[in-house]
Design a protein around this ligand. Structure first.
Ligand SMILES: Cc1cn([C@H]2C[C@H](O)[C@@H](COP(=O)(O)OP(=O)(O)O[C@H]3O[C@@H](C)[C@H](O)[C@@H](O)[C@H]3O)O2)c(=O)[nH]c1=O
Length: 371
């Protein structure tokens, strides 16, 4: 495949998922083995800087990890569009830019949200007719080979295994996110490490109650600003520690370090999958409970034990009573082993499929050839 050039437009609607996905994709396309020219337009550099601390929020343009980053404002510079323009999550590139794309004959891709629903396979890759003659296509990420796949950097799983094979790396990393020595000693003596990244309506207090009832020493790591009210809920079994926001590489290390992860949205779900550890997913809520249909479609593919699937539904429904009892049951040694095995299996199956960046490059190359 030859070298392509991409513009990626990202509007930060809320939270970090939009920029999380775009930044990961941009870096992957720009770096080896792909090495395409990539320009990333982002309307909110402040949110972006939470997951990319080296970003200069006051700069209109800058280059990081071989990606040209442009602050997308009403006054963004007029430039020639690249051969492929990716509009993330229907974020509406500026009219003047679309006109320039038309002159340039750019290929226009609408990168959609991730879903495991069946219809995704039939909508992936469909054209969307444009009055100005531009070629625009829907590109759907997904969990099956007939979709656009999942973002996964080359060699990610091997890097994870190498990192996990050296326990000192975990200790050093946990020190770097300020886990106190006393807690590190507890972990070395067998305390469980749980990472919690959730929305404010998650039944997190019920989770802590369940963990306390289990009477197994546990360290619960929570990113700063996520569920601050939980801090007062610890006791001698469950200790809560706030970790700073880290970049996406270190975010993986948080997931790899933990025995059990709680993740949310879109990108952290995929990272938890690649971690290969047991996790509970809180899906981004939609109107009229549409997200519960999406959650079930994904659970149907997962092959996770029935108790784990029930726990995920209860976590998403905010069913406190059920969560506090179901978590204890899921951590009971036999269930825990089944949960661990099913996670490894699902991760290995998904890792056999082509990753999103390759699927995208392949798709764009084919469309360019067919003119
Ligand atoms: C806590 C933390 C997160 N992250 C990253 C991981 C992910 O890339 C990103 C979080 O994104 P998500 O996991 O998708 O969860 P989110 O809830 O922040 O994003 C959501 O935004 C909505 C607008 C979308 O519609 C949702 O589908 C979803 O993507 O933040 C770090 O890099 N460092 C950190 O310390």
């Amino acid at each position: 495949m030859g070298v392509l050039s991409f513009d990626i437009f990202c509007r930060v609607v809320d939270n970090l998922g939009d920029i999380g996905v775009c930044w990961r994709l941009a870096r992957q396309l720009a770096q080896p083995p792909h090495r395409h020219a990539v320009r990333l337009w982002v309307d909110d550099l402040h949110s972006f800087s939470r997951i990319a601390p080296q970003l200069r929020t006051w700069d209109v343009s800058q280059r990081i990890y071989d990606v040209d980053i442009v602050h997308w404002t009403g006054h963004s510079p007029i430039v020639q569009p690249h051969a492929v323009v990716i509009e993330a999550f229907a974020c509406d590139p500026p009219r003047s830019f679309i006109d320039a794309m038309s002159e340039q004959g750019s290929l226009w891709i609408n990168l959609e949200y991730l879903s495991a629903e069946n219809w995704v396979e039939s909508f992936h890759g469909l054209p969307s007719l444009q009055p100005n003659g531009l070629r625009k296509y829907f590109f759907f990420p997904g969990f099956t080979p007939n979709t656009g796949g999942l973002l996964r950097e080359p060699g990610l799983l091997a890097a994870r295994d190498q990192w996990l094979a050296d326990p000192q790396q975990r200790v050093d990393f946990l020190k770097s996110v300020n886990v106190p020595d006393e807690q590190l000693r507890r972990i070395e003596q067998g305390a469980r490490l749980v990472f919690l990244f959730c929305y404010p309506d998650a039944p997190a207090k019920a989770l802590v109650d369940g963990l306390i009832r289990e009477e197994h020493p546990t360290l619960l790591l929570i990113p700063q600003g996520v569920y601050p009210s939980l801090a007062g809920h610890q006791n001698r079994y469950v200790h809560i520690h706030q970790v700073p926001f880290v970049d996406q590489t270190n975010f993986d290390l948080l997931l790899w370090s933990s025995d059990l992860n709680f993740v949310r949205g879109e990108d952290s779900l995929v990272r938890a999958l690649w971690a290969g550890k047991p996790f509970v997913w809180q899906i981004y809520a939609q109107e009229a409970g549409a997200h519960m249909i999406k959650l079930q479609a994904w659970l149907d593919l997962s092959g996770y034990p029935a108790g784990v699937q029930a726990l995920m539904r209860q976590w998403n429904l905010g069913d406190e009573l059920a969560v506090s009892t179901e978590i204890t049951a899921a951590l009971e040694p036999r269930s825990w082993k089944q949960w661990q095995d099913s996670c490894k299996e699902f991760t290995e199956k998904l890792a056999e499929y082509t990753d999103l960046a390759y699927c995208l490059v392949d798709f764009c190359t084919q469309k360019q050839r067919s003119g």
